[in-house]
Ligand binder design. Sequence first.
Ligand code: ARG
Ligand code: ZN
Length: 879
Amino acid sequence: MSQAPAQAIYLKDYLPPAFTTKETFLDFELLADHTLVRSRLKVVRNPKRQDASNEFKLDGNELELLEVKVDGQALSEADYELTATSLTLNLDKDAFEFECTTRIYPDRNTALEGLYISGGMYCTQCEAEGFRRITFFQDRPDVLSVFTTRITADLEKYPTALSNGNQVSRIEQDGKVVAEWHDPFPKPSYLFALVAGDLICQQDRFTTQSGREVLLQIFVEQGNEHKCDHALESLKRSMRWDEEVYGREYDLDLFMIVAVDHFNMGAMENKGLNIFNSSCVLATPETATDEAFARIEGIVGHEYFHNWSGNRVTCRDWFQLSLKEGFTVFRDAEFSSDMGSRAVKRLEDVSFLREHQFPEDAGPMSHAVRPASYMEISNFYTVTIYEKGSEVVRMLRTILGAELFRKGSDLYFETFDGQAATTDDFVWAMEQVSGRDLAQFKRWYSQAGTPRLDISRTFDVDSGVLSLKAVQSTPTTADGSAKEPFVIPVELGVLGDNGQQLELTADDDRFDLQRGVWLIDASEQTLELKLANQTDTTPVVSLLRDFSAPVLLSDDLSDQERIQLIASDSNGFNRWEQCQIIYKKLIIQHVNGGFDSSLLDGLKTSLIQLLNDSDVEHAVKAELLNLPSESEFLQLVPSINILSVAQARKGLRVWMAEALKAQLEQLFVDLNQEQQYRFEPKQVGIRKLKNLALEYLMLADLSSFQPIALKQFETATNMTDQLSAFRFIVKHADEASAERVSDAFLNQWRDDVQVLEQWFRVQVSRSDSKTLSRVSALLSHELFEYQNPNKVRAVIGAFAMANVESFHSADGSGYEFLAKQVAKLDQMNPQIAARLISPLVKWKSYDQARGLQMKVQLEGLSKLELSKDLYEVVSKSLS
Ligand code: ARG
Ligand code: ZN
């Protein structure tokens, strides 16, 4: 664990280094109980640095320094300054060669940063600051060098020895393998990768648009070779898509992916050698759900797209992280939309944003898309940087239009290729191609917080003018600063009684009549729309179509108007959104006393109509019946009792199940047809809707439908159907049945790591008086491992994040359990500990009693000696 005092680092203090490394030669000797790393660096003065500093500062963390040389001369301790985190030299030279040798212990590395061992194979994770755990280096993204890497390892144990770029030589001699790799593209150290193990590879080929052949390889442990097809297909689709949609071609002759079981995040875009959490790459229809297939496609795409948005153009400093992550999430979301159902992808992304990012923005870890400061950068791989960052890019495209946006992206890649850039550079490119001034828009990068946007109508029958008045405000966030107005693009339509778009005119340079985009850039602003034809009632407006900006919108539509939009809006997103608004209203009503029955009646009619509408995709129907998560209510009603919300939500589900029973039964019968599994949008939609129907039917009539679920569990030929049935039985059936299917599932799948993870997740999802003891028992299960982040997330994480009723139980036992586990995990893996604590950090949003119980646990943690990662989160949440 890093013992350095936790200090904040500020964007305003950014200074280019005095020297920069141009070439890096690394020599790894992988020995039985340690590894020797020899590095040789070609260093020159950095033209970007203005003053005449002679400081050559290298980062290091937990390294044993064996030797240092400059231009071939060994240095003594008096020639440099060595601290726990750095090695600094003062050199009055314009260019020199620096060499050093370090010893590291990969087998003791439980933080999973730097070089570590996963299931007997060596692998690396260097982003953001893991390279400094391998050797002393200018471990900052604005230092780009060409890497040549030699790996020497035991031939029998590690016949596969990989690094970035192309293999230049490979020798097998005296029981050793010596492999040398060269990556011609200059890169920062965070993109370095090394893998050594006994791996099997599946391969394929891809011909780029300019006709170059690229070899594609996926390396896995023995026994997993049949699980690579989907990832390989996804990779080829990603490569083709980036050529077609962004004009980006792959640039090396080889692209490798390696699957490892121990990994802190999803995957990593190391140049030419992506390293993946095995759960984000391995899949067969029998072992992976449709959701997993979709996630794999998205992540394979994401990491591949980084080759341009991240690697060819990288980040100047870590405050710019969203430059690559926000843009790349936007790119992968568009890719997934093109491969699958665009409508469903948008609904899922908006739900995710509201469930996770909005609360983050309202809590103690709130930060801007381009943060102003951080203590530990690992804590800033957040939904704000990734998902809100993607929304910001999306808004740029909405404002510019697709064509100019593409021009801007071309200019960005062309101008900054091979360089380390900033979010300002990205916006600059968009300004250049559009001639727009985006200075105010950039507040989306610099200001944290979720804007509240209120839009109300006034209609003048005589003149036929509909006035929309917008008021925006953004609550203060953790940094305490006042918020200036954002530029908010609102896509809208004005509708007649049966949903047809009304003809209108407008004389307002902030409204793009053709695309229906209104730019709101003041705290108060009015738009006047003149209707072409006479009407005597205030027309209905469909606002914020496709969620055109990440804001919390309130409007003045009546329930009746919402019901009308559900039936007739041409914008599919808004039909779903209006359902969500009504669900939220009903749930809040229930918390305060009971449902309003006339609203229920109206809802029932609309839902039946939607379910019977053959123009609505199956998957969209399923999404329409999905209720907003509990966490969304904390944003709407401060201090609301989360257990009352959970109960109300359950009550509404039961009501829907009963109200729609006939339709759901019919759907279940119609859709429950055996077919050869394929991961394609129609089939995915059918399985989604069919399984949703089954769960609702169990809620309405358990005794009739539990046997049907059990039969599906036993006879399913794909994991989507099997896991759905398994999950429903464990959640809703009696305890004995839940235990029986759990044992059966475990027996069937105990040797499959990916499925086992799902088993753990389902185990902690059941809420009853024994939940916590069941969760605790799982931690001593023979197949559980504290050192494996996936298993930790599947048990501890899933309990705290997905089992609302048990985690938030009134006695505070859930909170105490989590704090205890986090304290333990912090000793092994600070990154994981700091992430796992997040359900407690938003304690101020909960009712007072719960909030206090959470706070007590955080205070307990704050008294321990914590890693920098956990310290930052705990101290910010208590301040
Ligand atoms: N750049 C990776 C991705 O978005 C994330 C890796 C971050 N890893 C970490 N340990 N912080 O695909
Ligand atoms: Zn990424």
